[in-house]
Design a protein. Sequence first.
Length: 243
Amino acid sequence: MAIRAVVWDVDDTLFDYTTADRVGMGAHLAAEGLLDGYGTVEQALAHWREITDRQWARFSAGEVTFEGQRRDRVRVFLGEQLTDARADAWFQRYMTHYEAAWALFPDVLPALDALAASHRHAVLSNSSLTVQDRKLRTLGVHDRFEVILCAAELGVSKPEAGAFLAACEALELAPHQVAYVGDHPEIDGRGAAEAGLLSVWIDRDGAHTSGDAPTGPHRIASLAELPAILRADTRFGAPSTFR
């Protein structure tokens, strides 16, 4: 049966999160006078991202709230036991710099335009609806999606099958009628494939070798490749575009 809908990840799939985070956090740390404690901006950013990944894992495991993981990211990064109010204020100052760098990837609008008439579209993100709803509106693509689902409200996050199946249920489609497009090989790629969706992993920087790439998802370097994959669903025996 043909693919009838595409469910999209947001960060580093539609939205260039990595660049916005690098530029925004660099500007924020400079404004806060915090760069002197690091040899380079890159070292400071690496520390921030390591903490972010660790705190996000706690949120995904249900150990902390979405707001709590943000506050703990700040506390661990600064090495201070800040009150909630002070941690929130620090994070909001960061957000001001971060949001100034928001941008879609150049291949996003052409891909959405190419698929607008043929496929329905939705979002499934391991974030919160408050965050992603505002982001998609600011980037001018909110109205492209009929369903927007996020882990904070769902109570389940990718790569758990329940997250992907919730998106299918919201679209009233079976998993084999839905494609999922995301940037993370395991959380998005393998997770969607194991949930029964047509999984498309976008690997723009080509950082993964064939040996460490997951089996199951189609691997693309640009969203320009997506329409051809959706027209030729090869999960059931035809040659794959996986490289």
